[in-house]
Design a binder for this molecule. Sequence first.
Ligand code: NAD
Length: 378
Amino acid sequence: MAVRQSSLENLERQSLRYLSNFYKGKKVLLTGDSGFKGSWLAICLKELGAEVFGYSLPPKSKKDNFVVTDLSSKIEHRDGDVRDFPGFLKYADNIQPDIAFHLAAQPLVLESYTDPRYTFETNVMGTVNFLEITRLVKSIKAAVNVTSDKCYHNNEWLWGYRENDPMGGKDPYSASKGASEIVTASYKASFFSDINNAAIASARAGNVIGGGDWAEFRIVPDFFRALETKKQLSLRYPEATRPWQHVLEPLGGYLLLGAKLLERGQSFSGGWNFGPRDVNNYSVQKLVEALISAAGKGSFIVPEDAERKHEASLLKLDISKANHLLGWSPVLDFKQTIQFVVDGYLGETSGEDVYGLRVKQIKEYMNIGSENKLVYLT
Ligand SMILES: NC(=O)c1ccc[n+]([C@@H]2O[C@H](COP(=O)([O-])OP(=O)(O)OC[C@H]3O[C@@H](n4cnc5c(N)ncnc54)[C@H](O)[C@@H]3O)[C@@H](O)[C@H]2O)c1
């Protein structure tokens, strides 16, 4: 046990060096940079010294993280559609990136019921186009496709899903993410198995939360919208349990995975789970109660006739693989997660420079990681 622990600590120290040294000067293609997770990832990459080239649809609103952090003045960005293969390929070919992260997607379950065709086109054909580009643009030596915990066939198990469990998905969004995984596995087996090819992997995480997300139909943005308008928040699924994570947690995993893929190749390809610790699985109602307590304001109601379309009621990720092979671990406990979220949102309206606020949180996150000796990012 002592030997295993010490080898894990060595791995973590190694991981630490990867992130601080690895991305400096690397050219990174990033789809979905105008979105919530993509904009945070762009900031992390920029702060690590990478040259970031974003490709996505324009931001949806002036409140989006991409806009409030003035990201377009800090990275290269091109408005584009991942379904437009020639345009996407031309952009990537001009850049000649070293590494690529694919986060562009239609990410909402409810929206996928309204527009399943768009969801499948973007999430499945968008993935095909991303992998084709990885195949054709020879400079790309590592690629990470970001999917979701919802890619798994959900048996409503109490235990966590492992990377080799079957893919599935009942609602169109979940099915599109399961399909994106199957496409990635097919490309890996068919085109990327040779040592000289790019190494490709997929990354699965659960619900992430943090300042800068103003998407519709998500509980945390809904909470802060209700605060702004001084309305009561109505909970659609109060008992649904979700693995809540601050957005920085999986992003650290993606960065670490990208670095290992580029450096160590095929041995790191395949699927990876980046979920929270088990203790961060809380119901929607508990999450909202914690937000109210940390913000010192807000209220909610649970309507009796809440509409209930199919949505998985429990889904946990087993993170042993990322923990043992990448040295990755979640850093924040539930209370710290909530505090980061509240500071991230309330800071946006305090007049503070929002890019600076995000960087401050990234640094704070790293410090907590070091103090906890759970460091994988510093
Ligand atoms: N936010 C979460 O809780 C969560 C949980 C699990 C998985 N994910 C996954 O993480 C990724 C990012 O999610 P997010 O929460 O940042 O979503 P988001 O809606 O904030 O951002 C989506 C990004 O994709 C881009 N995009 C959408 N359709 C596009 C198209 N056709 N062509 C080009 N760009 C397009 C948007 O412009 C935006 O930049 C997605 O793959 C999502 O499925 C998110």
